[in-house]
Write a protein that binds this ligand. Structure first.
Ligand SMILES: NC(=O)c1ccc[n+]([C@@H]2O[C@H](COP(=O)([O-])OP(=O)(O)OC[C@H]3O[C@@H](n4cnc5c(N)ncnc54)[C@H](O)[C@@H]3O)[C@@H](O)[C@H]2O)c1
Length: 265
């Protein structure tokens, strides 16, 4: 990653998956820029950026296109161009990440799709202009895009659309040697994940039933990110790569795993 310049969007705190990727990129010699969403997160992101000698290129709320333009202009000013982009952004109303998908409202459906799916295309449009010598774009998805998961609901629908957009963006940008991939991460306790109903149960279920009999860390997602963002993955595009301790190959509960009781406090 030495000599590569990357914009990492989606650091909220030191538990964020984006932070795991930013740390790995820095450790491998990349120059990083970070964005933050709103003032409360600026106070968290600035000290983290200092740890990586990273630029902070401003506030970005992907529902406000002017803020996307502003952070890309600042990235160009500070880094001079881009070799990679990390999009680790998702949002849905917490009330609809519990219970039944069929009860999703039109308003939250649109908002979830805009923030969790379209925003990757919106940032890809800007990043393409800065990737004058090829590049690599990476987003984050979850197995709930492929299979039903309890409470994932509209976010599962948005992630399915996000995975489809990875393929369409990869086809559009491939002729410019810009690669587009996703990591499908296993469940990790982050701020965003805390909004999902019965998340502790989901974590425990994965730990007991994944082939590696454990969950994954942000550092492990970060390390796999290096393969997709660096020249190691230079022939890989349009891919959804699972980093989930193998959970996605499982078809049935491990018979040796104990039965779990639902703990909702
Ligand atoms: N934690 C998990 O179990 C898990 C598993 C698979 C995929 N993912 C995905 O990883 C990505 C990162 O999430 P995380 O788990 O690290 O949680 P996180 O809360 O640390 O990060 C989510 C980020 O999204 C940003 N965001 C939300 N709405 C935004 C908006 N309107 N404009 C700009 N930014 C906005 C937040 O500021 C935050 O930085 C998400 O796409 C999430 O769906 C998470």
């Amino acid at each position: 990653m030495s000599g590569k310049r990357g914009l990492v969007m989606g650091v909220a705190n030191n538990r964020s998956i984006a932070w795991g990727i930013a740390k790995a990129a820095h450790a491998h010699g990349a120059k990083i820029a970070l964005t933050y969403q709103g003032e409360p997160l600026r106070k968290r992101v600035e000290p983290l950026a200092a740890e990586l000698d990273a630029a902070v290129v401003g506030h970005c709320d992907v529902t406000d296109p002017a803020t996307i333009d502003a952070v890309f202009a600042e990235t160009e000013r500070q880094l001079g161009g881009l070799d990679f982009l990390v999009h680790a952004i998702a949002f849905s109303d917490k009330n609809e990440l519990d219970g039944r998908y069929v009860d999703t409202t039109a308003d939250n459906f649109s908002k979830t799709m805009l923030i969790s799916c379209y925003s990757f295309t919106a940032v890809a449009q800007r990043a393409e202009k800065l990737m004058t010598d090829g590049g690599s774009m990476l987003t984050l998805t979850y197995y709930g895009a492929e299979k039903w998961m309890p409470h994932y609901n509209v976010m599962g629908v948005a992630k399915a659309a996000l995975e489809a957009s990875v393929r369409y963006l990869a086809a559009d940008l491939g002729p410019k040697n810009i690669r587009v991939n996703a990591i499908s991460a296993g469940p990790i306790k982050t701020l965003a994940a805390s909004g999902i109903g019965d998340f502790r149960y989901i974590l425990k279920w994965n730990e007991l039933n994944a082939p590696l009999r454990r969950t994954v860390t942000i550092d492990e997602v970060g390390n796999t990110g290096m393969y997709l963002l660096s020249d190691l993955g230079r022939a890989v595009t349009g891919e959804v790569h699972h980093v989930d301790a193998g959970y996605h190959i499982v078809g049935m509960k491990n018979p040796d795993a104990p039965d779990l009781t639902l703990d909702r406090d």
